[in-house]
Every structure is written in structure tokens, then in C-alpha cells.
Design a protein around this ligand. Structure first.
Ligand code: NAG
Length: 145
């Protein structure tokens, strides 16, 4: 009985993975969709902003969305169009959520979820954020990992 259930799950997963959907896509799938002009970074960011608006009242996981996210996505799309070498980087044009105790030197607050740190100014991006940006990622903030 248990074995047959596992087989059903594996089969349905195989069938599902043959069609591209953003929630199920890997970064590799998304980069391929960018290359084939099936998807833009702006569409991807818009999709996730909609998803955050829909699900955040339930999960309350995302504290802030970078107000520059759509603009950064448009820049990424333009760089891809112009075949800018940065557009070959693995995370180029991919939106990323980071926990709110990780410093980002941009319009996002870095509070570790505490009002005590609201409006504190961080000196620079945390090392991990610096590396994410260098790989082309678009940053947002979350309460969780
Ligand atoms: C940062 O916090 C301030 C104060 O609550 C808020 O007005 C501002 O919108 C926050 N920044 C972002 C990017 O959400």
C-alpha cells in the first residue's frame, strides 16, 4: 500500500516537472526561460510581489519588499537584451529573500525584526548580500530564513 502511494507521487511529479511554472521552477529553469524570451525578470518580480501580497496576510513572513525591485528587474532585463556579460551570472535578474538581520545597504531596513533597530543605518551590505548582488540577485527582506 505504502509503495503504491510513493509510485503515484513520483509519477505525478515527473508529469508536473515537464511544464514550466514559476513556483516549481529552479533557477536553472528560470535562466533558460529568460534566454528563450519566455519570461522577463520584471514578470518574475511582479509574480512574487503578487504572491507576497496574497500569502503574507496568512504567513506574515515578508517584512519589506525593496521599493527598487521592479526597477532593478528592468535593468536586469535590459542588460540581458544588450548581452551585458553580467547577465551570464547565475543569479542575474533573480529575486531573493534575505532574513532581516542581514545588512543591506539600500532602502530596506535592517532590524532583526525589532523596532529598536528601525531606521538604524548599516555601514555596508553584509558579505553574503554583496556576493548575491555581484551574482546579479535582486534583494528583499524576510523575518525567516
Ligand atoms: C523602513 O521602515 C520605515 C519606518 O517604519 C518605513 O517607513 C519604510 O517604508 C521602511 N522601508 C521599506 C523599504 O519598507
Amino acid at each position: 500500500m505504502i509503495a503504491s502511494i510513493i509510485i503515484v507521487i513520483l509519477l505525478s511529479h515527473t508529469i508536473e516537472s515537464s511544464k514550466f511554472t514559476i513556483p516549481e521552477a529552479t533557477i536553472h529553469d528560470i535562466q533558460a526561460a529568460f534566454k528563450q524570451n519566455k519570461l522577463t525578470s520584471k514578470q518574475l518580480v511582479e509574480f512574487y510581489i503578487q504572491r507576497i501580497r496574497k500569502l503574507n496576510p496568512i504567513y506574515r513572513a515578508v517584512i519589506e519588499v525593496n521599493p527598487d525591485a521592479l526597477h532593478l528587474a528592468e535593468i536586469a532585463d535590459q542588460q540581458r537584451k544588450n548581452k551585458d556579460p553580467i547577465s551570464r551570472f547565475g543569479l542575474h535578474g533573480i529575486p531573493v529573500l534575505v532574513k532581516d538581520n542581514i545588512a543591506t545597504k539600500d532602502k530596506l531596513n535592517t532590524t532583526a525584526g525589532s523596532y529598536a533597530l528601525l531606521n538604524s543605518v548599516v555601514p555596508r551590505d553584509a558579505g553574503v548580500v554583496k556576493k548575491l548582488r555581484e551574482s546579479g540577485a535582486i534583494i528583499r527582506k524576510s523575518k525567516h530564513d
